[in-house]
Ligand binder design. Structure first.
Ligand code: PHE
Length: 457
């Protein structure tokens, strides 16, 4: 068998993990879940989740990946024993599902960036009866969406087919710094816009009464967002850590990666909310997956310099989405390489092709986006994180501590603190979140989705 690939450099691994973490979750989802959760109050709860659950959980994935040097199926089998490979199988399936719709949304961002090349956003909106919602409706499904879904998947497959060093590592070395620079630039620009002040206030001064009144919805939403944004619960971090050749300090890497992801999510808020307020849109969080497109296009149509600002914004998000999509495809590809034994480029094209087909219904009707996104996010990722927590916390804790200590030295009681955090509090929070997620999904299936089927079949 060919030698397993490894990262060429220390920063390669970190940038790839940051590239995976920073994506639509930070930019498309974060501002609006924050909006739904009441702004700064949500921000606070989310930050607690990232630190108290995200950090221990990312370390769990790292140790399993580095110890076994395998894709998630092989890794869980090697780490936990026979039956755990089925949990690994669920991780692979989760990768299929998330990437299928992720690619469609990524395609929308490419489309909106192209609009910025073609003219200013005000005239685009005018072409759709002056309503950015009608514009979104027209672009988000149908032929346009289908073509850009194709383009997005083709780019993703191309990068993954080139391999760890020549493909993923090279791509993220350009993409991640670009994302950061562009967002900083946009945030500074947003600051100079008149009337943007209310956006900062909404975003940055927490209203504690909101937390007290809504905690039952706030908690699971914040938990789901924390996993999604850190790419946890489906083996991305297992896979990326499996390409580590040397024993590095995984704690430090984990802190760096989480720091970047959280910093970039926060920065995005500093772009989105002020620009919205400058465009006189002061009620974020009211509507669905199209909201950021509708709100931002309207804002870019209204503010000075909006065409350029919008072009840069949408292109930045598209880049961030690609650097996450490659991590999703890499999980599935590494599985095909290790377990089925096919060559990388064939694996990338074959798996990418199937995922692409799975995404096509989303370009037909957005009800399929809800169908897949709820399921993946509120159920599969939380389930995956729960399984990993049990595996590392209860089934094989000593191996995990030993592995973590490589590259750090003796952890003493800190290692035990980590294991006990996984064992009890984190398991409890995950079980509660999973329960709430299932309830919500059943609600959706018997409500909105059943209604849609009635109407359309
Ligand atoms: N973390 C990515 C984002 O925020 C999404 C993702 C989830 C990627 C799970 C890989 C695995 O957009």
């Amino acid at each position: 068998m060919a030698q397993r690939e490894t990262w060429a450099t220390r920063t390669g691994f970190i940038l790839a993990a940051v590239g995976s973490a920073v994506g639509l979750g930070n930019i498309w989802r974060f501002p609006f879940v924050t909006g739904e959760g009441g702004g700064a109050a949500f921000l606070l709860v989310y930050l607690l989740f990232v630190a108290l659950i995200g950090f221990p959980a990312i370390l769990a994935e790292f140790v399993v990946g580095r110890r076994t040097d395998r894709n998630p199926v092989g890794a869980l089998k090697a780490y936990g024993g026979g039956a755990w490979k089925y949990v690994g199988g669920i991780f692979i399936a989760t990768g299929f599902i998330i990437l299928s719709y992720y690619s469609v949304i990524g395609g929308w961002f490419i489309r909106y960036a192209i609009e910025g090349f073609r003219g200013d956003y005000a005239s685009h909106i005018a072409a759709y009866e002056g309503d950015p919602e009608i514009m979104f409706g027209a672009l988000s499904t149908g032929l346009d969406a289908f073509i850009l879904h194709t383009v997005f998947m083709a780019i993703t497959v191309g990068i993954v087919a080139l391999g760890i060093r020549q493909g993923i590592e090279l791509a993220v070395k350009v993409m991640v710094p670009a994302i950061i620079l562009l967002l900083v630039g946009l945030a500074i620009w947003a600051f100079t816009l008149p009337e943007s002040g209310g956006g900062y206030e909404y975003y940055l001064s927490p209203d504690f009464s909101v937390i007290a009144a809504n905690w039952a919805e706030l908690l699971p939403a914040a938990a789901g967002q924390a996993f999604f944004t850190l790419s946890l619960g489906m083996g991305v971090m297992i896979t990326y850590a499996s390409y580590l050749g040397e024993d590095r300090n995984l704690t430090r890497d984990g802190i760096t990666i989480i720091g970047f992801d959280t910093g970039i999510a926060f920065l995005t808020g500093l772009v989105v909310f002020p620009i919205m307020w400058a465009g006189a849109l002061t009620e974020p969080g009211s509507g669905g997956p199209g909201e950021i497109f509708v709100a931002m296009t309207q804002a870019f149509a209204d503010v000075s310099g909006g065409q350029f600002l919008g072009l840069i914004f949408f292109a930045t998000v598209a880049i961030a989405a690609i650097s996450s999509a490659i991590s999703l495809l890499e999980v599935v590809t590494s599985y095909a390489i290790d377990e089925i034994g096919i060559e990388r480029w064939k694996a990338a094209i074959g798996m990418g092709g199937v995922i692409y087909l799975l995404g096509v219904p989303v370009t037909y009707d957005l009800i399929f986006l809800d169908l897949l996104d709820y399921f993946a996010d509120a159920i599969l990722l939380v389930f995956g994180a729960l399984m990993l927590t049990i595996l590392v916390g209860w089934i094989a804790p000593q191996a995990a501590v030993d592995e973590l200590e490589k590259g750090i030295g003796n952890l003493g009681t800190l290692g035990q603190v980590w294991i006990w955090a996984l064992r009890i509090p984190i398991v409890i929070v995950l079980i509660i979140s999973l329960y709430l997620g299932v309830v919500e999904y059943v609600d959706f299936l018997t409500g909105d989705f059943a209604g849609w089927l009635d109407e359309n079949l």
